[in-house]
Design a protein around this ligand. Structure first.
Ligand SMILES: [Zn+2]
Length: 331
């Protein structure tokens, strides 16, 4: 209730027109690298992207980049991030899952700003498989017996956390076992209709000459790294890397599928992934990254609702202030 009230106040015209002075913004975000996560950029997103709040309309995406540009934030290149020495506050734009709107709608906007971006791909999508994340989310929402199948497989380890976020624990093996025993073709048809086509190799190849666009590793299937065996994880990363190595803009940078702290990564998964030759690890805790960029890199998603440029900057300032306040309290 209080949250809704604050949201309504924040969205009101007078608040959206508050212009924070640039020096205040730069002071608040003095050691910050804003590592933004986007998924789909489209005026006609798939039901999956709309339902999970994973779509930014192209206008909303453009407004956010324009606001950061006008406010004097430094847009990092990949090389800047590798060296770690660049002017802050800085911005680095990332995408996960290689959705089709990235190629058709986001790239022209990124080019306008000369903004570098990396898209972390799951090559199983480009290979024509049904996207694991969409499949498990659909099964958890539509097939109660799928949850029972997971609970039975985990036995006494099926606890309250798993019960509340079952899709995170639906490993590819468990999901395929369920499909083998059920109406696979009909389920896959429903999931394809829900998720949409996914980005194609042909779209990736069409932009091969662009030096500002890069591709990273998000595992081949999009399995939760912390829920699968180390052997499966290593194979899932290596199989995806083979595909990335064939692209001129392929990198050895990795973003964790789902990316939530503790549930989706830990020290053991970092070791497996680094042993696969991955040089940079990105997560999705929703934190603003501050300080050096050689360890685990924090990312956050921006609001998907339309905002004014000044409204977006105000949101960022509040977010940074809240993060600093929380970490001071934790000290
Ligand atoms: Zn993802």
């Amino acid at each position: 209730m209080l949250r809704n009230l604050l949201r309504a106040i924040y969205r009101s015209k007078p608040v959206q027109s508050i212009r924070l002075p640039k020096p205040l913004l730069h002071w608040l975000l003095a050691d910050a690298t804003l590592v933004l996560i986007y998924h789909e950029i489209s005026d006609a997103p798939s039901p999956f992207h709309a339902r999970h709040d994973l779509n930014h309309a192209p206008d909303v995406f453009a407004t956010q980049l324009q606001a950061l540009h006008e406010a004097g934030f430094y847009f990092c290149s990949l090389r800047d991030m590798q060296r770690g020495d660049y002017r802050r506050p800085a911005v680095f734009v990332t995408f996960d899952d290689g959705a089709p709107g990235f190629f058709d709608n986001a790239i022209p906007i990124l080019r306008r700003h000369g903004a570098h971006a990396i898209n972390f791909l799951n090559a199983s999508i480009q290979d024509g498989a049904v996207f694991h994340s969409a499949l498990t989310s659909w099964l958890c929402a539509n097939r109660p017996d799928f949850i029972a199948h997971l609970a039975a497989a985990y036995g006494p380890d099926w606890d309250a956390t798993k019960q509340s976020l079952p899709f995170l624990f639906a490993t590819p093996e468990l999901t395929q076992a369920y499909l083998d025993a059920h109406d696979r073709a009909a389920i896959e048809r429903s999931v394809r209709a829900d998720y949409g086509p996914g980005g194609a190799w042909e779209q990736i190849q069409r932009h091969q000459e662009l030096s500002i666009i890069h591709y990273g590793n998000h595992t081949y299937t999009h399995a939760n790294a912390a829920a699968v065996s180390p052997e499966f994880l290593a194979q899932d990363v290596a199989r995806n890397q083979e595909r990335l190595d064939a692209l001129p803009q392929g990198t050895r940078w990795f973003s964790y599928p789902y990316g939530q702290p503790a549930l989706c990564y830990n020290e053991a998964t970092h070791t497996v992934i680094r042993n696969c030759g991955q040089e940079r690890l990105f997560e999705s805790s929703g934190r603003i990254h501050t300080g050096p960029v050689d360890g685990l890199i924090h990312r956050f998603a921006t609001p998907t609702l339309p905002q004014s440029e000044s409204g977006f900057l105000l949101w960022l300032a509040i977010k940074m202030a809240a993060q600093r306040w929380r970490s001071r309290r934790a000290d």
